[in-house]
Design a protein around this ligand. Structure first.
Ligand code: ADP
Length: 188
């Protein structure tokens, strides 16, 4: 069975990416306008494995990608629910609190006097997440996933972030299209 046949040239990245039109919008992080509690809320309210980082909601310019587990280690450590005593102590010591601003930028402005310390998280961000445009044929996307062993890939249009495609999204889509066991076709 030829994996490439499944997609011929018809299926495009936009047909497989999430969110669907009826879904809630993509959950993203902004590079310089979030606080520790904003990110804690995002972690609690969603279960996604990762979050694109954008310049701003208005621009939707992609800056990078952060894995949920790295966010948890860096941030949620502050919350009693996920308490990791060592991290917690470190953050307390650094003056990081719920209202601390989070920066994914290279440059971080010094916090004004008597405002909470800044949490710099550029270090946990993948600065060049794999990206395709919405018009990329899925045949090519699948090829890249296989060759690079990707878990997810971001989708853009004219430089604006539109969506995300995970390996599971591809497998599901293939199963729907071909009505066959997708694992035997794609990633074995
Ligand atoms: P998996 O697809 O392996 O279950 P995730 O749990 O990360 O991986 O994603 C679940 C679903 O949500 C997938 O359909 C994926 O495309 C979508 N998704 C992943 N990350 C995000 C995000 N940050 N915002 C919105 N949807 C997302």
């Amino acid at each position: 069975l030829e994996a490439k046949e499944e997609f011929s040239h018809k299926t495009l990245a936009m047909d497989v990416m999430r969110p669907r039109r009826s879904d809630p919008p993509l959950s993203v992080l902004t590079q310089d306008s979030l606080t520790v509690e904003d990110v804690e809320a995002l972690i609690t309210e969603t279960s996604y494995s990762g979050f694109p980082v954008v310049v701003s909601h208005e621009s939707q310019r992609l800056v990078g990608f952060v894995l949920r587990r790295d966010l948890i280690i860096s941030i949620v450590a502050l919350s009693p629910v996920y308490r990791l005593p060592a991290e917690n102590a470190r953050m307390r010591q650094d003056g990081i609190v719920s209202t601390s601003p989070i920066f994914f930028t290279e440059y971080t402005p010094p916090p004004p006097p008597s405002s909470p310390a800044t949490l710099k998280l550029r270090g946990i961000m993948d600065l060049s997440p794999f990206t395709v445009t919405d018009h990329t044929p899925m045949e090519i996307v699948v090829d890249i996933f296989r060759k690079l062993g990707l878990r997810q890939c971001l989708v853009t249009h004219n430089g604006r972030l539109l969506g995300i495609i995970t390996k599971k999204d591809i497998l599901k889509h293939m199963a729907q299209m071909a009505n066959r066991d997708p694992d035997s076709i794609l990633f074995n």
